[in-house]
Design a protein around this ligand. Structure first.
Ligand code: C2E
Ligand code: MG
Ligand code: MG
Ligand code: MG
Length: 285
C-alpha cells in the first residue's frame, strides 16, 4: 500500500515537474515572439527629491502584456530571459528605448531629469557593454550624466575585479551607478568603499515597516548615515505612505520612489504627470 502510494506520489511529482517544464518552455517561446514583435513596453516611475519635491529621475521598468495570460511580472520573466540568454537582446532594447524616451523628454525641456535602467549581470559582463552604452548615448545625443545604471551586488559574485574595472569605465563616461535592493544581497560592506558608485537604493523590504518596526527603522537610519559618510546619495524604494515618507525625510533620505508619489506609468501618462510638479509639492507640505 505504502509502495503504491509512493509511486503515485512520484507520478504526481513528475507530472507536476513536466507541467512546469512545459510552462517554462512556452513562456520562453512567447517571450521570444514578444521580443521579435517588440510588444514589450517600458513604464517609468518618478523619483522625487526629498527636499524640493521635484521629480529628479525616472526608473525604466519592463512590462509584458501576454496575449492570453495577461500581465506577467518582470520578476517572473526576467529570470526566464536570464536563463535562456534572451536577456541580451531584451536588455539592448531596454537601454535603447529608455534613452530614446529620455531624449524626447530632454527635447521637451526636462533636462535635469535622469533615467535609471536596470542592468542584468549577464548583460553587464558581456564584452562591449561599455562601448554599447557609449554608442547608445551618442546615438540619442545624451550626456553620460543623464543616464543611471542600476546594478545589484550579485554582479560582483563571479569576477569582482573585472566588474569594478567596468564600473570605472562607465564612470569615465559620466554615467551614474546606483546599487539596487541594498541590504538584501550578500552585502559585504567591504565592497562598498571600493565600488565606484553614486547611490544606494534602500530595498522596499526595509522601508515597508519603518514607521512601525523599531529594527527596520534603525537599519534604515544606519544605512542612510553610512551612505552619507561615504558621500553617496540615498534613494528609498517602495515609499507607500505619508508616515514612511515623514520618517525618511526626518532621517535625511535624499530621494523617494514609491506608490505614494507615483506608480510606474507609460510614457504618455508621464508627460502629463511631469506637467504638474506642483501637485507633488502640495502632497508633501
Ligand atoms: P527593482 O529594480 O527593485 O524595481 C522596483 C520595483 O518595485 C518595481 O517592480 C516597482 O514597480 C516596484 N515598486 C515601486 N514602488 C513601489 C511601492 O510603493 N510599492 C510596491 N509594492 N512596489 C513598488 P517591478 O516593475 O515589478 O519590477 C520588479 C523587478 O524586475 C525590478 O526590481 C528589477 O529587478 C526587474 N526589472 C524590471 N525591469 C527590468 C529591466 O528592464 N531589466 C532588468 N534586468 N530587470 C528589470
Ligand atoms: Mg531597480
Ligand atoms: Mg530595487
Ligand atoms: Mg527590488
Amino acid at each position: 500500500k505504502a509502495k503504491q502510494q509512493g509511486r503515485n506520489n512520484f507520478q504526481w511529482y513528475t507530472s507536476d515537474l513536466n507541467q512546469r517544464v512545459c510552462e517554462y518552455a512556452s513562456l520562453r517561446n512567447d517571450l521570444q515572439k514578444a521580443i521579435e514583435t517588440q510588444t514589450l513596453q517600458l513604464h517609468y516611475q518618478p523619483q522625487v527629491d526629498a527636499r524640493t519635491g521635484r521629480v529628479v529621475g525616472l526608473e525604466a521598468l519592463l512590462r509584458w502584456e501576454h496575449p492570453e495570460k495577461g500581465f506577467i511580472s518582470p520578476t517572473v520573466f526576467v529570470p526566464v530571459a536570464e536563463d535562456s540568454g534572451q536577456i541580451i537582446p531584451l536588455s539592448l532594447w531596454v537601454l535603447d528605448a529608455a534613452c530614446a524616451q529620455l531624449r524626447q523628454l530632454s527635447d521637451q525641456g526636462t533636462t535635469s531629469i535622469s533615467m535609471a535602467v536596470n542592468i542584468s549581470p549577464m548583460h553587464f559582463h558581456r564584452g562591449h557593454f561599455v562601448q554599447y552604452v557609449q554608442a547608445t548615448l551618442e546615438k540619442h545625443g545624451l550626456r553620460g550624466e543623464q543616464l543611471e545604471l542600476e546594478i545589484t551586488e550579485s554582479l560582483l559574485l563571479n569576477n569582482a575585479e573585472q566588474a569594478i574595472e567596468t564600473l570605472h569605465r562607465l564612470k569615465a563616461l559620466g554615467v551614474r551607478i546606483a546599487l539596487d535592493d541594498f541590504g538584501t544581497g550578500f552585502s559585504s560592506l567591504s565592497y562598498l568603499k571600493r565600488l565606484p558608485i553614486d547611490k544606494i537604493k534602500i530595498d522596499r523590504s526595509f522601508v515597508q515597516e519603518i514607521a512601525t518596526d523599531h529594527n527596520d527603522a534603525a537599519i534604515t537610519q544606519g544605512i542612510i548615515s553610512m551612505a552619507h559618510h561615504l558621500s553617496l546619495t540615498v534613494v528609498a524604494e517602495g515609499v507607500e505612505t505619508e508616515s514612511q515618507m515623514e520618517f525618511l525625510k526626518g532621517s535625511y533620505c535624499d530621494v523617494f520612489q514609491g506608490y505614494y508619489f507615483a506608480k510606474p506609468m507609460p510614457f504618455v501618462e508621464l508627460e502629463a504627470f511631469l506637467d504638474l510638479p506642483a501637485s507633488i509639492r502640495d502632497r508633501q507640505s
